[in-house]
Design a protein around this ligand. Structure first.
Ligand SMILES: CCC(=O)SCCNC(=O)CCNC(=O)[C@H](O)C(C)(C)COP(=O)(O)OP(=O)(O)OC[C@H]1O[C@@H](n2cnc3c(N)ncnc32)[C@H](O)[C@@H]1OP(=O)(O)O
Length: 508
């Protein structure tokens, strides 16, 4: 066998010579191999691999357990890292780490979105001296990811474990799609927790996909299988530019299937309704791509298209907990606003918010700090932003949903909207508490409260707010879509300078 043939054969065996036991395990688990995942992700024939022969002197470690390279997705170049779970559970040896470090550096230099296809046991414990502590050890992956953040999109599809150090790759990504039943993320495995801190929990309780998508917020969306994760990654990328200086791709405009009509929004401020119906009535048909739908669902975030242009939507959902803002909803909004602002995606806020939650439980959780984080993100966002008061915006909820003080291109109200420091009931109670207590006769007390309530509502009448230039326009529901399209297209030339400084010190 000459050198040409030898190299050809080595390349083939490195890529495809999986032992039959591996093949059987993959089929039984319903999982795909790293190379099959890449094949689904990129445009056919576009993948160019680096470091195929890493550790080629050890045939038990093909490519050292990771596939890296570049390809195109919908014609746009991307960088890819895919753990090979069939090689020592996708653990990272010294060459694995060097390959991951290199692909992150290439993504930085060439401004390529990077997709991490993760299925890994973390550091290869048996090789720790070579891979763990040095300048180009595993820590370098995370240092590079932090430098990439906001420069190019970073997407994680999580197909299996991402144990210990490996859990930080998803953590630094803009989005994490987790395959339900397979994906997990944890710093210490259940086995380790039992030994070290005496805790006995299942893998799902410790770091399963559903737990992270509903409770910790470390996962964004659950998907049913490997193909679903890849489809989600491709869809996510379709809303984003390739780097922080690019414009998001445009698509053909599509009218909503069912336009926004008044009857979708109940008049009574406390009555619940699903904000998804309002979103669907505004955006291009089928374009809403919700993120974190199971985490803090009282606030809805996601990408959509308006007249073919990518937008980010931040909307209160009165169908869940009345749309009140909590610690998690504030965090969810803040990170999404940062994402949109980093990648030039205009923001539309749909406010129907009674304010932030009150009570000792949320105070202990730091609701003030978390709320301030959301308000920081809103204030710092320099992309075009439009705030729509759908029905009500009370208290600091108005600020968090990009009220007039936060430089939206416009504050638009629907005709039934109200803006106030708080709802009428608590306001009357706050101001007249003692007087109300002093009235013994229940009927008289009711009359007194009703009269004060009427005075309060006169003060915050929408026409009065428009007369005082608090709102820029009052728009009928059926006209809101065209109003948003016109205002966002005119704001495209906006000066995005914010403040002379290195960076703020936000409350996080
Ligand atoms: C920066 C700090 C760090 O990242 S420290 C890394 C700590 N990592 C861990 O504690 C994870 C340990 N591994 C596991 O829990 C399991 O292997 C997981 C990931 C759940 C996968 O399980 P399963 O699919 O059943 O595979 P398996 O256990 O049979 O392993 C297959 C072969 O891979 C090996 N392996 C696994 N993990 C590591 C590792 N971290 N370092 C070195 N080798 C590892 C196993 O020993 C096994 O090897 P072999 O096939 O028996 O030769």
């Amino acid at each position: 066998m000459d050198q040409y043939e030898r190299i050809g054969e080595l390349a083939e065996t490195t890529k495809y010579a999986w032992p039959s036991s591996v093949e059987e395990r993959l089929v039984a688990s319903g999982k795909l191999h790293a190379r099959e995942r890449i094949g689904l992700l990129v445009d056919a024939g576009s993948f160019r691999e680096d470091g195929l022969f890493a550790n080629a002197t050890d045939p038990s470690l093909p490519a050292d357990g990771v596939v890296t390279g570049t390809g195109t997705v919908d014609g746009r170049p991307v960088a890819i890292m895919a753990n090979d779970q069939t090689v020592k559970a996708g653990s990272w040896g010294a060459r694995t780490v060097e390959k991951i470090v290199r692909i992150t550096e290439l993504a930085y230099r060439h401004r390529l979105p990077i997709i991490y296809l993760v299925d890994s046991a973390g550091a290869r414990i048996t090789d720790q001296v070579e891979l763990f502590p040095g300048r180009r050890g595993a820590g370098r992956i995370f240092a590079n990811q932090v430098r990439l953040s906001g420069r190019v999109p970073q997407v994680c599809c999580l197909f299996g474990p991402s144990a210990a150090g490996g859990a930080y790759i998803p953590a630094f990504c803009d989005v994490v799609f987790m395959v339900e039943g397979h994906a997990s993320m944890y710093l210490g495995s259940p086995r380790m927790a039992e030994v070290v801190i005496g805790e006995r929990v299942t893998l799902e309780e410790m770091g399963g996909a559903r737990m992270h998508a509903t409770i910790s917020g470390c996962g964004d969306n659950l998907v049913v299988d490997d193909r679903g994760a890849i489809e989600a990654a491709r869809a996510f990328l379709s809303y984003l530019p390739s780097d922080f200086e690019g414009d998001p791709p445009r698509e053909e405009p599509r009218e909503p299937l069912v336009p926004l009509v008044r009857s979708l929004i109940p008049d009574a401020p406390q009555q619940g309704y699903d904000i998804h119906r309002v979103i669907e009535g505004l955006v291009d048909a089928g374009s809403f791509f919700e993120l974190k739908p199971l985490f803090a669902p009282e606030l809805v975030i996601g990408f959509a298209r308006l007249d073919g242009q990518s937008i980010g939507i931040v909307a209160n959902n009165p169908a869940v907990k009345g749309g009140v803002l909590f610690v998690d909803s504030a965090d969810k909004a803040a990170r999404f606003i940062w994402l949109c602002d980093a990648f030039n995606i205009p923001l539309v806020f749909l406010a129907d918010v009674p304010g932030f939650m009150i009570g000792s439980e949320v105070e202990r959780q730091g609701i003030i700090r978390h709320g301030a984080k959301m308000i920081t993100a809103v204030a710092e966002a320099t992309v075009p932003k439009v705030s729509v008061i759908v029905r009500k915006a009370y208290g600091a909820g108005l600020y968090a949903m990009c009220g007039p003080a936060f430089d939206p291109e416009a504050t638009i109200a629907l005709p039934g909207a109200s803006i106030a420091v708080m709802g009428p009931e608590p306001a009357v109670n706050a101001v007249y508490y003692r007087k109300i207590q002093e009235i013994d006769d229940p009927a008289e007390r009711e009359r007194f409260v009703a009269a004060r309530r009427e005075e309060y509502e006169r003060d915050v009448d929408l026409v009065r707010l428009a007369a005082d230039l608090v709102v820029d326009a009052i728009v009928q529901p059926e006209d809101l879509r065209s109003e948003l399209i016109a205002r966002l297209s005119r704001a495209a030339v906006k000066d995005r300078h914010f403040s002379e400084r290195r960076h703020g010190v936000p409350p996080v």
